[in-house]
Design a protein around this ligand. Sequence first.
Ligand code: B12
Ligand code: SF4
Length: 460
Amino acid sequence: MDCTLNENPWRDLEEKIQKEKPDVVGITVICTAFIYDGMNAANLIKVANPKTIIIMGGEHPSFMAEETLRDCPAIDYICVGEGEVTLTEFLRAVEKKEDLSKVLGLAYLDERGKFVYTGDRPFIEDLDSLPIPAYNLAKMEHPFVTLPSEGKRGLVINFSRGCLWDCTFCSESAFYKKTWRRRSPKLIADELQLLKEKYNRDIFYVGDNTFNVTREQGIGFIEEMLKRKTDQHFWLQSRADLILRDEDLLDGYREAGVYQFMMGLEYHSDAVLKDIKKRHTVEQAIKAMKLLKKHKLMVMATLLIGHWNETEKDRNDFFKFFGKYVDHFGLNLITPLPGTPLFYQMKEMGRIKDWDYRNYDYLHAVMSAKEVEDLEQLNLIYRDIMRRYYWRPREMLKIFSPNPILRHHHRYYITQVAFNIMMHEIFGTPIWVQPNYQEYKDYLVERGEGLPKELMAWAK
Ligand code: B12
Ligand code: SF4
């Protein structure tokens, strides 16, 4: 059940549990910022059917297993790390009433409340051993199963896991312990072809952290896509140094349908890049941006502000610096995501000022900077940079760009995103939510009469 698509997510979930009384429910939490939604779902399920066993998975509960279990007693187990094999073994053991302490990758509290971790589950060696996701079970026709910034025929997709680098703020590198595995280009092309033929999808944000870790992966992808002629379009993610390494492949990428590379360029100072262990230089970043332009590929940069030593001048220069080259950017506030080296570093230094995980979404400051202690002030600075960036004539003109992707993207950002930010500022509504999102507490109020006491008491 993908509650993010239900018109009444909490009510539909509660009714489904009451009706079907499932033996086991698995809950996924994809972002730290959603951990309380996951906990609330667990509470709702436990009260609706106390016999249901609840297992939760995802990065945040994996990293913070003990804290999560203690914070939400409705959760019985946490799957630490990759889920495919652990969940299968877990379900078999539950069914046969076998000893769950033998299932690797599980965390739980025993009868005496002692935290138990059964040990690391080795990563799946060959991602090709996994089948194509069961798209037939997803609501592919639902208007939310798309990519708003790229249009209705868009979709997010994933072909690899992990990354070989170790940027201090990166939860992906921490989750996959600095390893990288990928599906082979033939299987990637099979999946893409299926998505085109059966679901009419031809524009993809490829969520792989670093698509071209090896040149072979890029070459294989280009060859397969040129052979299949599916006329599909891709927005890939990479690193500046890898773009430079693969300069000779850039035309091939474009011909294979790639229209944009997104790179985590983060900042315009080598000292900051060194501090966050980005392991490339500002000079490489500039070269990579110019190279992409030369090969008629769009440049998207993800950037991080809010560093400890950052000055006002840095922020102004930053804006001038990146404004020159990028087609569009993702501006983020540096966030110590639990599980990352940055998190442990900042926690030890006492720099984390906000422990409400709802704000750990890269859009809210949770750590102060040396010059700006007040988090609200940092939030204002962040929004001000966004505003100044998008309201420049150069950006506004992009809404009339002859490039349909750039045009759509900017219309989307300037209308939808700017509108959401404005609503957030005036009414405090969460920024990244769909129209059907309902705060859990609002649902409990709506439930009103006869509400089990523990539900209100447990609400996060
Ligand atoms: C696709 C994606 C998106 C999409 C769609 C999100 C969605 N709602 O589905 C879009 C582009 C909209 C998006 C937006 C955001 N995203 Co995003 N996104 C991703 C991405 C690229 C892939 C996620 C994915 O599907 N992975 C594939 C699955 C198979 O992996 P997985 O979720 O980890 O699951 C495995 C295990 O964790 C485990 N598991 C997971 N759940 C369960 C449950 C059970 C029961 C079990 C047993 C096991 C289990 O098993 C799985 C298979 O092994 C990841 C990065 C990445 N490469 O993973 C970032 C990522 C999840 N996003 C992230 C963030 C921060 C966001 C935003 C908040 C960014 C922003 N400021 O706007 C928004 C939130 C928007 C929203 N409302 O969802 C972060 C989360 C970091 C964190 N720890 O908090 C990630 C990890 C990227 C990063 N490192 O920065 N995102
Ligand atoms: S290069 Fe990107 S994916 Fe890899 S560790 Fe750094 S931030 Fe994470």
